[in-house]
Write a protein that binds this ligand. Structure first.
Ligand code: ATP
Ligand code: MG
Length: 276
């Protein structure tokens, strides 16, 4: 499914109704463990293993950075988590009980996993505020209020998100007139309106200015705790500025994992990635 299709189907609620709404949002059970659990995931494309026995867990509220050379499997991993690609082997659980390998992309989005693609897909001819409003109304739980005017609680949520993504001052501007970085933040804001438990950001600072990159680092840090966030990036200054635990992928599996300074000093990581 392409990005436009993902956006146009309202976060997937139509498909979900057909599927009998197997997963209620908010039902993610993390009481005894991580929010995301990947175990032994293998994905082959014509015999080539893009992911090879990949095992990884993300704690609830964690901010995890994933790095690794081109072709390491970072994006493929996000494709598996979001249901875009089915693994040939292995398990993928959201919380204790939600088996991601059995769900459609729409069901996974509804269950509370939001994904930011590299190219921003905002509604260019609507204002910043309206983009957030539309994203909120795409959420099935507020569907009944679509025709009604925004309530106070809705206005508060939008204002809160505008402040978080640092776009309060431009809320009346057409999204199409924003800078590349501002569009990226708006798209993150649109994901936030759906209250995801887990956010996946694939190369969020690509093409950003240094100032925009720094603000994105602040945003990622403020999201952690309220949400679990997985960030894939090649910009090592950015990673170093936000890193808590870092996972290095190489040839489809985990090469190293730990605090940034430990990972950076690991000779295997230097050889395959950082030393290039
Ligand atoms: N649909 C596909 N068909 C065939 N091969 C694919 C497909 N998707 C990914 N691959 C291959 O799988 C490997 C992993 O790709 P992936 O995009 O996950 O890497 P990545 O770590 O995200 O790299 P980058 O840092 O360049 O974004 C690559 O060799 C890629 O060519
Ligand atoms: Mg990639």
């Amino acid at each position: 499914m392409n990005e436009a299709a993902v956006r146009s189907d309202d976060g997937g609620s139509a498909g979900l109704e057909q599927a009998g709404m197997r997963v209620a949002r908010g039902a993610v059970d993390t009481t005894h463990g991580p929010i995301l659990y990947l175990d032994g995931i293998t994905v082959s494309f014509d015999g080539f293993k893009a992911l090879s026995n990949l095992s990884l867990t993300i704690d609830d509220g964690e901010l995890r950075c994933i790095i690794g050379p081109n072709g390491a499997g970072k994006t493929t991993m996000m494709d598996v988590i979001t249901g875009k690609t089915r693994p040939d082997a292995g398990s993928a659980f959201f919380g204790q009980t939600i088996d991601l390998t059995q769900m459609t992309e729409a069901e996974i989005a509804h269950a509370g996993i939001g994904r930011k693609f590299q190219k921003p897909t905002v509604f260019e001819r609507h204002s910043v505020f309206e983009n957030l409003e539309l994203a909120m109304k795409a959420d099935k739980r507020v569907r009944k209020t679509v025709s009604a005017r925004l309530g106070l609680a809705d206005m508060d949520r939008i204002a809160e998100t505008l402040a978080l993504i640092q776009l309060s001052a431009v809320s009346d501007r057409m999204a199409g007139s924003l800078s590349h970085g501002q569009k990226q933040w708006l798209e993150i804001g649109m994901l936030l309106m759906q209250e995801p438990r887990l956010l996946l950001l694939d190369e969020p600072v690509a093409g950003m200015t240094d100032d925009e990159t720094m603000r994105t680092a602040e945003l990622c840090q403020s999201l952690a705790g309220r949400h679990s966030v997985v960030v894939v990036e090649h910009d090592m200054d950015f990673i170093a500025s936000i890193a808590r635990k870092v996972t290095v992928l190489h040839e489809g599996s985990v090469l190293a994992e730990g605090p940034m300074d430990v990972v950076q000093a690991d000779p295997r990581v230097i050889e395959v990635y950082l030393g290039r």
